[in-house]
Design a protein around this ligand. Structure first.
Ligand SMILES: Cc1cc2nc3c(=O)[nH]c(=O)nc-3n(C[C@H](O)[C@H](O)[C@H](O)COP(=O)(O)OP(=O)(O)OC[C@H]3O[C@@H](n4cnc5c(N)ncnc54)[C@H](O)[C@@H]3O)c2cc1C
Length: 457
């Protein structure tokens, strides 16, 4: 009998938690033993629980933590090919490989995720417009299937299963290990340019005309600005710095970081702090601290990619009710009108929008992967109850009407019908799921909510 702990879990948004039976295997063979025991009707893998909604939850069923399956397996210094177990975190990869001159090929906005979780969500980063999603750099995966078989999948070996697994939200099997190609690096710094834009049109114009000059590009949008200022932004764009770009002090140890002070938000943080007035003041200050001219800086990668990571448990700032991150993407032809509509509706709803981020995406990848060519908008909103849920439903319909979709790794509210309308390649994905997991041994709160199963209802 495998031991489990019955525990309340939630995603990063702390909304829609559920009790699960938590297993914490220490080895790959122990994972296989947990699954083979069939003690639970279903299991789901869980990395560091940084997906926002219910993707890594499995109410009253098995949740398999991968944190202890975290060994580096091999590394080729001349090619940058790293092979590691699925529970290795991005933080651990950076710590070991940046000093050797290698960087993650794609990184989300936090380093506190596992590589298995990142592959299962096929994460995108600030370089998606140039490099696409993480799966573009994954060479192969070792996957544990529902029938207990361990199999290698790649673009050449079992490619359909490979493309169903990247972005497949853990529903095709347990990812045991990942081989991926890292990016060579001369320094641990990024040459960044910050530039203010007065409105959405100028934001989009600059992103479209100049994105090819920057490996990393994103727009922080003042979500509370309206009228002619709707969509006014601070563009944050950067390239990896070479030694010549560094200050004398930075150049003494170009691949080393000065450790950052990290603070932890206490559990009883008052949720009144993040309100519409404090957010308006913050947004205005952030926007106005820049003048008309672009500002150039050379900052270390940690400050550039992971500004929120130094504030541990920052999700507590939203209080007990939690929060929602809504991330959607629109194809190029509908993007402008769609973005105006979404930003206007959110403004009218008078929500305290904390973070609104706009970015251009490149081509799409896995059959359930989120990115598609066009514009993606991500925004954080405190969970304010029924009114917010009906607004999100309206937004979902708007996203469908404009040919877009919502990101499953952030989602907590989508309906099964809306999911089907947004992910036209679901049927293709479902054929693979039916082949490898007809009994839905791998399922989650998300998969049941969206009826993402192997057999059609
Ligand atoms: C501050 C912040 C910023 C973020 N920025 C971005 C961003 O810029 N771009 C982006 O794409 N995402 C972003 N995310 C989302 C986050 O990167 C993804 O949800 C990430 O994959 C979570 O990794 P995890 O290890 O915490 O996985 P979990 O949240 O624990 O799990 C996520 C999914 O992966 C599955 N899974 C986990 N491990 C395995 C495994 N070994 N085998 C099979 N399935 C597995 C789970 O079942 C679940 O479906 C952000 C999240 C936060 C909190």
């Amino acid at each position: 009998m495998d031991k489990f702990v019955d525990k309340e879990l939630s995603g990063w948004g702390c909304f829609r938690g559920s009790r699960g039976h938590i297993y914490r295997p220490e080895t790959v063979s122990a994972i296989a033993a947990v699954l083979q025991s069939r003690q639970e009707t279903s299991y789901i893998g869980r990395g560091l629980g940084r997906s926002y909604g219910d993707a890594a939850l499995n109410r009253d069923r098995g949740v398999v933590l991968t944190q202890r399956i975290n060994r580096f397996l091999s590394f080729e210094q001349d090619t940058g090919v790293l092979s590691c177990e699925a529970g290795v975190t991005l933080e651990e990869i950076l710590k070991v490989f940046v000093p050797r001159g290698w960087f993650l090929p794609v990184t989300p906005g936090t380093k506190f995720v596992t590589i298995g979780g990142a592959v299962a969500c096929d994460v995108h980063g600030k370089n998606h417009h140039q490099d696409g999603s993480l799966s573009n750099f994954v060479l192969d995966l070792e996957l544990l299937l529902a029938n207990g078989q361990q199999t290698r999948v790649s673009r050449d070996e079992n490619p359909d299963l490979f493309w169903a697994t990247v972005g497949g939200m853990g529903l095709t099997g347990m990812i045991l290990s990942v081989s991926l190609k890292l990016r060579p690096l001369e320094t641990a710094f990024i040459s960044v340019q910050y530039q203010r834009t007065p409105d959405l049109d100028e934001t989009m114009r600059l992103l479209e005309e100049e994105d090819q000059d920057y490996t990393y590009s994103v727009a922080w949008v003042d979500g509370l600005a309206g009228g002619r200022s709707l969509g006014r932004s601070v563009l944050i764009r950067g390239n990896h710095a070479v030694v010549d770009d560094l200050s004398r002090e930075q150049a003494t140890q170009p691949l080393e970081l000065v450790p950052r002070l990290s603070l932890t938000v206490p559990p009883q943080f008052p949720d009144l702090v993040l309100n519409r007035f404090s957010m308006r003041a913050f947004n205005s200050l952030y926007y106005r601290r820049l003048g008309q001219k672009p500002v150039n800086r050379v900052i270390d990668y940690d400050r550039f990619f992971y500004p929120l990571d130094s504030l541990r448990k920052w999700n507590r700032m939203y209080g007990k009710r939690g929060f929602i991150q809504y991330q959607c993407v629109f194809p190029p032809e509908t993007s402008r009108a769609a973005l105006v509509e979404v930003l206007s509706r959110l403004r009218q709803a008078k929500l305290p929008l904390f973070l609104v981020v706009l970015k251009r995406f490149g081509a799409e990848t896995g059959s359930l992967s989120f990115p598609m060519s066009g514009y993606t908008l991500a925004l954080d909103m405190p969970m304010l109850g029924g009114q917010l849920l009906s607004l999100l439903q309206e937004l979902d319909q708007w996203v469908i009407d404009q040919g877009g979709r919502v990101y499953l790794a952030k989602d907590a509210c989508l309906s099964a019908e809306a999911f089907r309308a947004m992910y036209p390649r679901f049927r293709q994905w479902q054929r693979i799921k039916t082949e490898v997991d007809p009994q839905n041994l791998f399922s989650s709160d998300l998969s049941r909510r969206l009826r993402i199963t192997g057999v059609e209802d």
